[in-house]
Ligand binder design. Structure first.
Ligand code: FA5
Length: 346
């Protein structure tokens, strides 16, 4: 038995040392140590030899198995290294070359500020609502108390979607304001209601440093039984103070929008001089911020809310202009240009 073990071990060692590939080596592992391999068969055969020879034979067998396992392991490492070197030289891979820099994107400044606005209003109990960018004339104008052929339609130059008509709601337009979402929210949720509606709007306008044909607005709507413009003043003062992280004041001036009565323009303290007067605010101490007012009775009715039971206020400001103010951007067109040299600064 001992001779047989030694002979087999020698044979295995020779074959292992000559193996030229990992596949060959695996075949040898199976041949000698596999379930039906030579050493396993010898192990099973131990039970048939005389008892006094068993311990010595068993020991020799274990010793031989261990040394073959060791040889296989060493040879495997050697072959793996050889194969890797060959692969590297075949692919002409230069391990000393510097790696390629992987660039990561980041959130667009408009989206960053939109998120901040949503968070602040969210903390004040306002829901966030959304509406379609391609809208019917009904929602964009009629339901907002701007009848067909009314001169107020000229306040917003409109892109019409050619050939598209809503069966009951007139032509389709690229919405010129986020105000149509007021009506959609009233129809869906009724009163009381407290929500903001940020989104993209479009106007057929010649662009300049402060006007684009695609820009973002944020609409706000609060409807309840006992609501006044005093609440709006409080909410907006709090909102702007939190957004700009410094004391801010707001003031109202009369303004005209067909969907509110009375209508106002809200100005905020000039961010640069805090009301003292400077070049940016043309020495007035104030900057125009948004349109607002008490929701017109006809608008509440169009949204399915009884104007004798409920009232409310609404506002709409330009998010794009707000981003410009926040970061001191001097030309609105940078924001939608997709120019990475500009965007990487935020
Ligand atoms: C409106 O769009 C009203 N829907 C706002 C409103 C809502 C009033 C609810 C009352 C109640 P206006 O056309 O003024 O109003 O636009 C609102 C804001 O959008 C402006 O203050 C300005 O910040 C921004 N804006 C208007 N036109 C452009 C433009 N071409 N490019 C960039 N921002 C613009």
């Amino acid at each position: 038995m001992k001779d047989l073990i030694e002979k087999l071990a020698k044979e295995a060692q020779e074959e292992i040392s000559q193996a030229g590939s990992l596949t060959q080596l695996e075949e040898l592992r199976v041949k000698y140590l596999g379930r039906k391999g030579s050493f396993t068969t010898l192990m099973t055969g131990l039970k048939d030899i005389p008892n006094e020879e068993k311990p010595a034979a068993g020991q020799a067998l274990n010793h031989a198995k261990k040394s073959i396992e060791h040889e296989l392991e060493t040879k495997q490492q050697h072959l793996e290294k050889e194969e890797l070197t060959k692969q590297l030289s075949d692919d002409s891979f230069d391990v000393t070359r510097p790696g390629t820099h992987v660039t990561t994107g980041h959130i667009h400044p408009l989206s960053q500020v939109q998120k901040e606005v949503e968070e602040i209003f969210g903390q004040m109990g306002f829901a966030i609502m959304d509406g379609p960018e391609i809208e019917s004339e009904h929602y964009n104008f009629e339901a907002l108390n701007v009848p067909k052929d009314h001169p107020a339609r000229d306040m917003q130059d409109t892109f019409f979607v050619s050939g598209k008509h809503h069966e009951n709601h007139g032509r389709m337009v690229l919405r010129t304001q986020t105000s149509p979402v007021q009506i959609r929210s009233m129809e869906k949720y009724g009163a009381p209601l407290r929500a903001i509606m940020p989104g993209r709007v479009f106007r057929y306008e010649a662009t300049d440093a402060s006007h684009d044909s695609t820009f973002y607005q944020v609409e706000g709507l609060l409807i309840d039984k006992d609501v006044s413009l005093a609440n709006l003043k409080g909410v907006m003062t709090e909102f702007l103070t939190r957004l700009f992280k410094r004391e801010t004041k707001v003031r109202f001036r009369p303004g005209y929008f067909p969907f509110v009565e009375p209508g106002i323009e809200l100005d905020m303290w000039c961010l640069l001089c805090s009301g003292q007067g400077c070049r940016v605010c043309k020495n007035t101490g104030w900057m125009e911020f948004m349109g607002a007012g008490m929701v017109h009775r006809n608008v509440l009715k169009a949204g399915g809310i009884d104007p004798d039971e409920y009232k409310g206020w609404a506002f709409g400001f330009g998010l794009t202009r707000l981003v410009m103010m926040k970061y001191g951007i001097d030309d609105i067109r940078h924001l939608m240009s997709g120019d990475l040299r500009f965007l990487k600064q935020f």
